[in-house]
Write a protein that binds this ligand. Structure first.
Ligand SMILES: O=C1O[C@H](COP(=O)(O)O)[C@@H](O)[C@H](O)[C@H]1O
Length: 262
């Protein structure tokens, strides 16, 4: 597992632009190397700002959007189109503005989707979709297998949650299922679906995105060997690379280091 690297930016605006530029490069590199690329999106303020920066910039034309798979790390279990769904924000910021192949866009099921208001069934459906993408044609649930995502982005909450894996909740320690239903989440809405750590950590690159004072302590915990049950962000690591993309405020509890990239 990779050792995290910290990349500092002046404020959330610069951070979003820099992460968007980096994402374009990673997608283009992966497409050049393997023909396709895959990214996992996060909800939240910075994650959506990165997508908006990407969608609003001319560099977006450097990507072959038809050869990109888009997944989500977590979702609020609400009806399709609900403004609180992470999917809704991502579509508005970017996905509706670029020529993606709809078959390669993999939103987590909505609460009015094929499984109705059953988040366990919805999480299981998403697990099957991951398995199929990893091994097309395999029998569902024949093995724990997930795609090797190129970039997986994670926002972080002030409580140090990532995706919908919250401190002290059992989903943090889940190792058998790639996607789970989450009930009674401390941040609304209470019912969610989340990828679990074995999947998050299977990504080639994991990028933790954080801006603002309220995230500073969570970021410190994420980089200081904290217990992941108490601070899930501490387990956010990629196989090849882990980046903590921060603004100065989010980095304010870290030991002093080099000047930020501006
Ligand atoms: O609820 C969620 O929160 C986190 C962090 O969001 P932020 O607005 O505080 O940056 C996000 O990463 C996650 O995807 C989302 O469901």
């Amino acid at each position: 597992m990779s050792v995290p690297e910290v990349l500092l930016h002046r404020d959330q605006g610069v951070l979003a632009e820099a992460a968007a530029a980096r994402l374009i490069t990673r997608i283009a590199d992966a497409q050049a190397a393997r023909g396709t690329a895959s990214v996992v999106l996060t909800g939240g303020g910075v994650g959506t700002a990165v997508l908006a920066a990407l969608g609003g910039g001319a560099a977006r034309d450097a990507v072959d959007w038809g050869r990109l798979d888009v997944w989500w790390g977590d979702e609020r279990f609400l009806p399709a189109g609900d403004p609180e769904r992470n999917e809704t924000g991502a579509r508005e910021a970017l996905l509706d503005r670029v020529p993606l192949d709809p078959a390669r866009v993999h939103p987590m099921p909505a609460a009015d989707g094929p499984d109705g208001a059953d988040p366990e069934a919805a999480a299981s459906r998403y697990a099957d979709e991951l398995l199929f993408a990893a091994h097309p044609g395999a029998a569902p649930r024949s093995a724990f297998a997930v795609p090797s995502f190129d970039v997986l982005m994670l926002g972080v909450g002030p409580d140090a949650h990532v995706a919908s894996l919250f401190p002290g909740m059992p989903e943090v320690a889940e190792t058998r299922r790639p996607a789970v239903a989450v009930h009674d989440a401390p941040k609304p809405p209470p019912t969610r679906i989340s990828l679990t750590f074995p999947v998050l950590r299977a990504a080639r690159e994991v990028w933790v995105l954080a801006a603002g004072d309220s995230k500073a302590e969570a970021v410190r915990l994420g980089l200081s060997g904290a217990d992941p049950v108490k601070a899930p962000v501490a387990a956010a690591r990629g196989r090849e690379r882990t980046l903590f993309l921060l603004d100065e405020a989010a980095a304010s509890h870290l030991p002093a280091g080099p000047s930020p990239a501006r």
